[in-house]
Design a protein around this ligand. Structure first.
Ligand code: 5GP
Length: 183
């Protein structure tokens, strides 16, 4: 049997929320050249939605870049995150907003923020499309959050399961046929 995907957040709601978040960030970020840094591949569609909805007056100065990380949560409870692609842009002295698809345990962002702090940005904020209502391994500051969701495995709008469902333009809960949890 195929996994079932149950729509959770429709495209219109995501776009509306992305527009509101882009406006809030543009107003609150004093910089004329804010830098959005997305985590590949999951945050790419959300980052592009933020760029599309950024107020016209600030769009010319808005920059974006991407990093790629690999997370290992094996036998070590603390887990480990390895940077496999760094930014092209130098973060020193910049107003940086990290753009993530979803915050679950907080492990990924905890490591990314530590790495980025060492690069001496002028300011460092976090924007995530989704945040799970769970007890986190690492408490991370999420300055801008799109939607808080229950502890469900979701796909779509950048989020995948084994490489698929990423290109759905809405967010859905993935239900495996035998009731197993996706890993
Ligand atoms: P964390 O490090 O906060 O535990 O999780 C961050 C990463 O885990 C996300 O960037 C995402 O790649 C993956 N992740 C966590 N929860 C989900 C989920 O519900 N669905 C999908 N597709 N990925 C998830």
């Amino acid at each position: 049997m195929e996994p079932r995907i149950v729509p959770l957040i429709v495209r219109e709601s995501i776009e509306e929320r992305a527009a509101a978040m882009a406006h809030a960030m543009a107003v609150e970020c004093a910089s004329e050249r804010p830098l959005l840094v997305g985590l590949l591949n999951g945050a790419a569609p959300f980052l592009m939605a933020l760029v599309r909805h950024w107020p016209a007056a600030g769009q010319a100065g808005l920059e974006y870049d991407f990093i790629d990380v690999k997370s290992y949560v094996g036998t070590q409870s603390s887990g480990h995150v390895e940077l496999v692609k760094d930014t092209r842009v130098d973060l020193a002295g910049r107003d940086v907003i990290v753009v993530e698809d979803i915050v679950d345990t907080g492990l990924t962002l905890h490591h990314v923020l530590a790495l980025f702090k060492d690069k001496n940005p002028k300011s460092l904020k976090v924007c995530s499309l989704l945040k799970k209502r769970v007890e986190r391994l690492h408490e991370v500051p999420v300055d801008y959050c799109g939607f808080e969701i229950d502890d469900l495995f979701v796909v779509g709008f950048g989020l995948d399961f084994d490489g698929i469902y990423r290109s759905l333009n809405y967010i859905a809960v993935l239900e495996l046929p035998d009731g197993k949890e996706p890993e």
